[in-house]
Design a binder for this molecule. Sequence first.
Ligand code: AMP
Length: 139
Amino acid sequence: MSAYDTDNIFAKILRGEIPAIRLYEDEDTLCFMDIMPRADGHCLVIPKSPCRNVLDATPEQLAAVIKTVQIMSHAVMSAFDADGVTLQQFNEAAGGQEVFHLHFHVLPRHAGLSMRPPGTMAEMDVLQAHAEKIRAALG
Ligand code: AMP
């Protein structure tokens, strides 16, 4: 497995070098909107410390991230009046990973509604409006 690349896009978001629509953070984790959402409210939870994925993460990094994933799962359920939540997490290119900083996808889901196909950039004002709803649900 390759070494952690400090220039991956999520490392740049953590350093404030590129923008992100931030929803929640604590000492160890950050959550922000996915720019190509496969469902309204699709967001990503990452650790603030470096690791590529589940394969090199410490138990402490995983524990911190899952705690925030649960917080965000409740928030998106409430914000979008969802029926369920899908969590996705990919490891290495062969496992479907494209950005090599550990992240969990949190997707609110509605009964009978499929996820959108990947790869379509959202309108920023729509993403901002969705982020506002999630922040409100976080209280
Ligand atoms: P994967 O590594 O396969 O889990 O995919 C990376 C995810 O990051 C995709 O869902 C992208 O839409 C998302 N993504 C890529 N760049 C950004 C960015 N600058 N801000 C927010 N989400 C991003």
